[in-house]
Design a protein. Structure first.
Length: 330
């Protein structure tokens, strides 16, 4: 729905590089439109955030803009196959335009509704990618804080597909630097909870674990663990009391190891909840066939062999170190 008047307000910096076309989705703070790069015609998703929504009485509070810019900087700093890549940002006084890689499979939420629920093997393949992506985020000192099936996008319409985590609206960028500084000096003025939670982020990291546990519950059963349809108990009470169960009627085909992992991710006490490191070591994910498939989806050109994690220390070139000569066609 091309709205000429609106488009005439698009900043030159955006229009000279991209042609914006149809609306793909509408979110709380704006909409997402299909964009084509001029020249290459490469497809992108352009997220348009109206800062007016944040402003009170016409004045956009600095902190909210910086929060949104915070999201942008968070996204720009990230590089992972299962995290939406940011292509470009155009910032103007009223609007923020974030050009993102386009994902053509739509939302996990809609997929689960369409297929009722995932079979365990496919659910495990998608869940493993999510857990890997969130573990990567946590290793960068970032917590997502708003994980839900709407924020997990699917690269293609295939059942077995690459997933992309998106919408870092509420993410917290707990930069390690501030943590180190906090613990350098004498803790004369340090509040007890800072010492208790080792600086911060611990709880919010556990929040991501809980959310992903709820997503796994929904993927394998097709319905949510907590619902406001329950008469006897309201939603907050169900959640804070951890009142959820695995009725045979919906869970009979799901393995005990899968159920065990969900239970550990949805432990009410954040200190007792499983960490992402342990999630990735859980028996349910000790499945080489699944991991091989996941690696091939995440690192396709290298048929799944992940790039070396740490830079290998430069070795002195010694005999036989040079690149093996490519086999000559016989
Ligand atoms: C042009 O062909 C297309 C085919 C399928 C779609 C469905 N995708 C979408 O509708 C969509 C929605 C929000 C997004 N947010 C960030 C990144 N990509 C997104 C993609 C969009 C376009």
């Amino acid at each position: 729905d091309l709205n000429a008047s609106e488009d005439s307000h698009l900043p030159k910096e955006l229009v000279e590089k991209y042609t914006l076309t149809r609306v793909l989705g509408r979110g709380a703070c704006g909409e997402v439109r299909l964009a084509f790069a001029k020249g290459s015609c490469e497809k992108f998703a352009c997220k348009i955030i109206s800062k007016k929504k944040f402003s009170v009485g016409g004045k956009t509070p600095v902190n909210l803009t910086s929060q949104v810019m915070g999201e942008v900087n968070i996204l720009k700093a990230l590089k992972h196959p299962c995290i939406i890549r940011i292509e470009d940002v155009v910032d103007t006084p009223e609007m923020l335009y974030i050009v993102l890689e386009l994902v053509e499979g739509g939302e996990l939420f809609d997929k689960v509704v369409a297929i009722d629920k995932y079979d365990e093997a496919t659910g495990k393949l998608l869940f493993f990618q999510m857990a890997t992506a969130i573990k990567y985020l946590h290793d960068q000192g970032i917590t997502h804080r708003d994980l839900k099936p709407e924020n997990i996008l699917l690269a293609t319409d295939d059942l077995e597909t690459l997933i992309k985590v998106t919408d870092f609206g509420l993410s917290k960028f707990v930069d390690a630097g501030s943590m180190m500084k906090t613990f350098c000096g004498t803790p004369t003025y340090l509040a007890p909870e800072i010492l208790l939670t080792a600086g911060s982020g611990t709880y919010t990291k556990a929040i991501d674990c809980w959310s992903l546990g709820v997503i796994l519950f929904i993927m394998l059963s097709g319905y949510p663990p907590f619902s406001d349809e329950r008469k006897d108990m309201d939603l907050p009470k169900q959640i804070m009391g951890g009142h959820f169960s695995f009725p045979k009627q919906y869970w009979s085909e799901v393995s005990d190891t899968a159920v065990d992992l969900i239970k550990q991710m949805m432990i009410v006490d954040p200190k007792k909840r499983i960490t992402f490191a342990d999630v990735l070591n859980h028996p349910w994910l000790k499945d080489d066939g699944m991991r091989t498939k996941a690696m091939a989806l995440m690192y396709p050109d290298t048929d799944g062999m992940a790039p070396p994690k740490l830079p290998v220390a430069k070795r002195k070139a010694t005999e036989g170190d040079e690149e093996p000569t490519r086999k000559r066609k016989s």
